[in-house]
Design a protein around this ligand. Structure first.
Ligand SMILES: [Zn+2]
Length: 167
């Protein structure tokens, strides 16, 4: 499976695909495999770190939680809304046609946060349903820095003509 940003080869660790190109920071989780695991582990779906999730993170060599370190991350979303999207939501999510992004901040490693979006744990609707790939992240930084950087990053992308979602 090629990188979803630059089409280069990806390096696969467990269910995490990372772009092999030095100048590209894109990564993505094998969403179907993650969803299958979520189904098989329904009883722990509301837990912050169930065993199966910890195993996935270890296998993918995602760095563990470090208190006080925050990140701002960017997810590329599908352009088109899922077919069953409510009319109300459609009006809240206009499509300029240039592409969509989700910008968020987190105290977890961004790859772990991305995985939580996919499994539906504290996930925004847009990120859960429409994330294609994480294009990159900034940090670690302090919480205050991340709180300032998150809206600034969203604004940068809007200026470039993209539709940007957060929360
Ligand atoms: Zn790439």
């Amino acid at each position: 499976m090629p990188c979803r940003v630059c089409q280069s080869e990806t390096i696969v660790k467990g269910l995490l695909h990372r772009c092999s190109k030095k100048t590209c920071d894109a990564v993505y989780w094998d969403k179907f495999a993650v969803k299958r695991l979520v189904k098989e582990n329904k009883e722990t779906s509301k837990e912050a770190s169930p065993k199966w999730l910890t195993a996935l993170l270890l296998e993918a060599k995602v760095p563990g939680f470090v208190r006080g370190k925050y990140y701002v991350y960017t997810l590329k979303l599908r352009k088109n809304l899922p077919k069953n999207t409510s009319a109300k939501r459609q009006t809240k999510m206009p499509n300029s046609g240039n592409g969509r992004f989700y910008v968020g901040m987190t105290g977890l490693h961004p790859y772990e946060r991305y995985l939580n979006h996919i499994r539906g744990y504290k996930a925004s609707w847009a990120a859960k349903k429409m994330a294609i790939t994480m294009t990159g992240f900034e940090g670690p930084m302090t919480r205050e820095e991340a709180e300032a950087r998150e809206p600034a990053r969203a604004q940068e992308l809007r200026k470039e003509g993209y539709d940007v979602h957060s929360n």
